[in-house]
Design a protein around this ligand. Structure first.
Ligand code: BGC
Length: 759
């Protein structure tokens, strides 16, 4: 009996165990079935996207297309009414991305709401304008471009991306690829100057640096902006009208955007301006015909701040609903700030005014990048407080910024080789900005803290311990007799006067257009007073744009263009002044003689009335009061050593479309120091079916030469590089003669002629 009981107990036990097993099995097979395909990392991204899209309501789709600024939002514990509303919006799936929310902790807290408290758990993207660094601030992009050093430029963005990504950021609104020859425009500081060829190389380097392959958690998505032709704003006035031809669009403005896109930029931002009368935001020709079809852009577009709703002011849309309809039908995808998408997209789709296919295409692209960045599996991978601590403003990052800042400084004039200065030189440093850290920082400094930056006074004091400092002028650049007298007092015992002039960094960037870009009157008065001491004057020019230096050209014995150099400003200036760094930068924007010349740029067209080389006579294209040429041309910059060019030549003078020409030049360092020279190659197509610029940069090399060393510098040139775009955007190569020019800047070249034959 006992045995029977035991057998029954055993049997019941087995049944129970097997029942339990089968329950487990059923449960687990059920739970496998329940994991939606989009959450399954083993599936292809395309399958996951398709699954997710099929589950989304139109409201949730609209949410993915909606980006807002975080404002004061830092996390769910907020009491602020506006922030509470934003959190509610996240919970409702009404926000796909934020701009301006930073820090690993804040982004973690906000991401958690999206991932854990929304119906589908779609992670957010966090974006920021990381324009020239996140915490370690690099030279402004315009200055950085003057190094012409693509490797360094790429590496700078890699460092910026490493810092930003450690602090929760997935996406930067950079690089700005707007070609501009108008230094009145405050935003020239964000770009790479006036040349489309160099601009394109730099745009690609910047995109590569930011993005890497985008999957290691240490890189961020780039955004090519402002599409398109924002650099052509009339009279350099911010947000102004643009009116250019398609011929100019293709040849002058598009190449840098195209290069950024070819380098794989994930996103493109529309510009504030119109093109051919249609706001860029809603411009089908720009966003669909050109960007999508001709340039083959596969990522997603984002509007600029409020550009959807601003179409009402442009006079292109009647109300917000009309804005959205026009923007989306003109190729718009993500909307920044104005939030018309979440208000009106469902209605417009229901009315058949925007197709669901179009919405799905846009949403798929955004989701693609959320998958690619790994955010569905690891939504918090960019929120690592320890990594953030180690990465931000590290000694290594600052060293990279210091080197880059030194390589951005341009020596414009160096009478009697006054620079570099020996450490024993008695230096008087004059100029309020030299000590004022806040004035060293521009508008786009992400999370950089100006208090942590090295001022020019601090930097120079470490190299010249006996330096005497005096303000010379006030924060607003005006001066007084007593400030001038004190500066003269400081100058008394000095061997050399270093005078820091120019503009506060805060005057460069968005909404910083200036009609007057001359050296401020107070600083000029100061310089004139100092000139009377008879001591050599070294002007250290701080500015986010080329200024008009005509009035100080003769007063100053040395002109050092120091731009706005970020965290390491003072160290970099001291490195150059003391000769630790021999300057090698060359300007990527022409320095005008006067504002009246603007826009002045090297790659202009000839007119039917070009000025003859031997002056005289009337009825030429010119000014009666100033020259046509800029004060310093594109590509100009000196070194503490000197270089001699000779024997410009080609290996063949006639060539066909499949040939490569080798252009050669002898370069010799004839000065007293080792140095670096940027050797530039230009071409001209003198007769073409559409008139071509008088010069176009087609190549350059940054060559290191020891004192006395000589090298033959060679360039390869193919027929393809001699072509140009038609107004329809077709690349055209026309046989005939071409002028090939090599030299030290765009205005100082030797030339030879080659003939392309149609074989
Ligand atoms: C600027 C953009 C910038 C955006 C977000 C706009 O005003 O034009 O370049 O990315 O703001 O800050």
């Amino acid at each position: 009996m006992k045995r029977l009981n035991l057998a029954i107990v055993l049997l019941i036990f087995c049944v129970l165990v097997s029942a339990q097993k089968s329950t487990k099995a059923t449960k687990s097979s059920k739970s496998v079935k329940e994991v939606p395909a989009y959450k399954n990392p083993r599936l292809a991204i395309s399958e996951r996207i398709a699954d997710l899209i099929s589950r989304m309501t139109i409201e949730e789709k609209a949410g993915q297309l909606n980006q807002i600024s975080s404002g004061s939002l830092t996390g769910p514990s907020t009491k602020d009414e506006g922030d509470v509303k934003k959190i509610e919006q996240i919970r409702n799936g009404e926000i796909g991305s934020f701009l301006n929310l930073t820090g690993s902790k804040n982004t973690y807290d906000v991401q958690k709401i999206a991932v854990e408290e929304t119906r589908l758990g779609i992670p957010l993207l966090f974006a920021l304008d990381v324009i020239h660094g996140y915490k370690t601030i690099f030279p402004i992009p315009l200055a950085e471009a003057c190094s012409w050093d693509l490797e360094e430029i790429e590496n700078n963005q890699r460092v910026a991306a490493a810092e930003a990504s450690s602090a929760g950021i997935h996406w930067t609104f950079a690089p700005m690829c707007d070609i501009s020859a108008d230094p009145r425009w405050g935003r020239v500081m964000e770009g790479a100057g006036e040349d489309p060829f160099l601009g394109a190389l730099i745009a690609a380097a910047r995109v590569r640096g930011f993005q890497g392959d985008l999957t290691d958690g240490k890189h961020i998505m780039a955004c090519v902006k402002h599409f398109a032709a924002y650099g052509a704003v009339e009279a350099g006035r911010e947000y102004n009208h643009v009116d250019i031809s398609r011929y100019a669009l293709w040849n002058k403005y598009l190449p840098p955007y195209k290069a950024g896109i070819d380098a794989g930029a994930a996103t493109v931002m529309n510009s504030f301006n119109v093109f051919e009368g249609v706001p860029a935001t809603a411009n089908k020709y720009l966003n669909v015909d050109v960007l999508k079809h001709k340039l083959g852009f596969k990522g997603f577009t984002i509007s600029d701040w409020n550009t959807y709703s601003e179409m009402i002011f442009h006079g292109y849309a009647s109300d917000e609903k009309d804005c959205l309809e026009k923007a989306m039908n003109g190729g718009g995808m993500v909307e920044m700030s104005s939030q018309t998408t979440i208000k009106y997209l469902p209605e417009l789709v229901a009315e058949g005014k925007i197709s669901m296919a179009q919405v799905d295409e846009a949403v798929s692209k955004i989701l693609y990048y959320k998958f690619k960045l790994g955010l569905f599996e690891q939504p918090y991978r960019y929120c690592d407080e320890q990594r953030e601590k180690n990465e931000l403003f590290s000694m290594q990052n600052r060293a990279v910024a210091r080197k880059s800042a030194g390589n951005s400084i341009i020596l414009l004039k160096n009478e009697n080789n006054i620079l570099p200065l020996k450490p024993t030189t008695k230096v008087a440093l004059i100029g309020y900005y030299a000590k004022s850290k806040v004035d060293m920082f521009d508008f786009w400094t992400a999370k950089g803290e100006y208090q942590q930056a090295v001022s020019i006074l601090e930097g120079l004091s470490t190299k010249f311990p006996n330096l005497i400092y005096s303000d010379g002028y006030k924060a607003d650049a005006t001066t007084t007799d007593s400030l001038i007298n004190r500066a003269l007092e400081a100058a008394k015992n000095a061997d050399v006067l270093l005078v820091n002039i120019g503009l506060s960094g805060a005057l460069s960037g968005e909404d910083r257009s200036l009609a007057n870009i001359k050296i401020p009157a107070g600083q000029l008065e100061l310089l004139k007073a100092l000139k009377k001491t008879g001591k050599p004057i070294v002007a250290l020019i701080s500015s986010g744009r080329p200024m008009v230096l005509t009035q100080i050209q003769d007063i100053s014995n040395v002109l050092l263009q120091c731009w706005v150099l970020g965290s390491e400003t003072g160290n970099a200036v001291a490195d150059v002044v003391s000769g630790l760094v021999n300057p090698s930068a060359k300007t990527v924007m022409s320095f005008p003689v006067d504002e009246g010349q603007i826009p002045v740029y090297y790659n202009h067209f000839n007119t039917g009335r070009p000025l003859p080389e031997v002056q005289g006579g009337d009825w030429f294209s010119r000014y009666r009061d100033i020259p046509n040429q800029p004060l310093y041309p594109f590509g100009y910059g000196l070194s503490y050593t000197q270089f001699a060019y000779s024997n410009v030549g080609v290996n063949r003078t006639t060539f066909s479309k499949s040939d490569t020409i080798i252009v050669k030049v002898n370069l010799k360092n004839i000065g007293k120091l080792d140095g670096l020279e940027i050797v530039q190659l230009y071409i001209q197509d003198p007769v073409a079916s559409l008139v071509r610029p008088i010069k176009e940069l087609k190549g350059y090399q940054k060559v290191a030469l020891k004192q006395g060393e000589e090298k033959i510098v060679k360039f390869k040139l193919t027929a393809n590089e001699l072509g140009f775009y038609s107004s329809e955007g077709n690349w055209t190569i026309e046989p005939g003669e071409f002028k090939i020019m090599v030299g030290t800047n765009s205005d100082n070249v030797s030339s030879t002629v080659v003939r392309l034959v149609d074989k």
